[in-house]
Design a protein around this ligand. Structure first.
Ligand code: AMP
Ligand code: MG
Length: 272
């Protein structure tokens, strides 16, 4: 089990460091065996549920979890398998799609700020404001001088949040092109998964290398003390789930959550 204690440190992107995704093996399991991972995931889910209860009771701070990754990278699966023990009352998942309506008429952080969890809550972003330096950059949806400035804008936004009681943890789910092909085939072959397949995803695959470059710049510029990025080798779903759950437990534990003091002295209270 010893290896698992070091996962967070091994997977975190140190602020300012220059990650080359090609140097990371998406199939890496950091010396962890599958049966051990499954056992630990079950424990982590229970632990997360206890920690969430504390976060909710304390009601002073919030946790924001950001999930990014290429199509079929496992964002939905991670939410399903890692967060399934959470109390629905204290968690909200927000999926960010192509901006429409009022979203388009505002700055790109407008919709994001509204979805930031309130104190006591866990917020999960399935995609996020990082799309505005990913898909937007890859497809040139705004001019380069516009998206270039966004790295610092995002850091400023996240710093403001972290200085106002929102702990931010960001995960890049990293699979390789072969694994994406395997998952697309599964979506095509399995009738119950057809709905997940979008022909546009196949076109998007053509831009793989551009996405990797965009991820690298995002990791280099936007992994900070208050809002670190973690790169999760995600070819193996069991390892991905273990790693994310392990890091989230560690982050919540580091917050040293405490039950609030009772509003009054409870010792003298009597009733029939
Ligand atoms: P999915 O997550 O598969 O439901 O797809 C959502 C789609 O919305 C993806 O293709 C994203 O790239 C796209 N998307 C999300 N945010 C933005 C954004 N800010 N600008 C443009 N496209 C976006
Ligand atoms: Mg999709």
């Amino acid at each position: 089990m010893g290896r698992m204690e070091h996962l967070a440190r091994e997977l975190m992107v140190r602020p300012g460091s220059r990650i080359k995704l090609a140097d990371i093996d998406p199939g890496d399991t950091h010396g962890v065996r599958k049966p051990d991972a499954e056992e630990r995931l079950a424990k982590n889910r229970d632990r997360l549920s206890v920690l969430q209860y504390l976060l909710y009771a304390e009601a002073r701070r919030a946790l924001l979890v950001v999930l990014q990754g290429i199509d079929a990278g496992g964002k939905d699966g991670t939410i399903q398998h890692v967060m399934s023990g959470l109390n629905p009352q204290g968690v909200k998942v927000t999926a960010f799609k192509v901006p429409e309506g009022a979203e388009k008429r505002h700055d790109y952080l407008w919709r994001v700020h509204q979805a930031v969890p309130e104190r006591g809550q866990i917020g999960i972003f399935n995609r996020s404001h990082y799309e505005d330096v990913l898909v937007v950059r890859v497809h040139g949806l705004v001019p380069k001088p516009v998206w270039k400035k966004r790295y610092q804008q995002i850091n400023g936004f996240e710093r403001m949040l972290s200085e106002n009681d929102v702990r931010i943890v960001k995960f890049l789910l990293y699979i390789d092109k072969k694994e994406q092909a395997r998952r697309f085939h599964e979506r095509l072959d399995d009738k119950t998964k057809n709905w997940k397949f979008s022909p546009a995803d196949v076109q998007e695959r053509e831009y793989w290398d551009q996405y990797m470059r965009a991820y690298e710049e995002m990791l280099r510029k936007c992994s900070t003390e208050g809002a670190p990025w973690y790169v999760i080798p995600a070819n193996k779903k069991w390892f991905r789930n273990l790693a994310v759950s392990q890091i989230l437990c560690g982050e919540l534990e580091a917050m040293k959550l405490k039950y609030p003091k009772p509003a009054a002295d409870l010792s003298g209270i009597k009733f029939e």
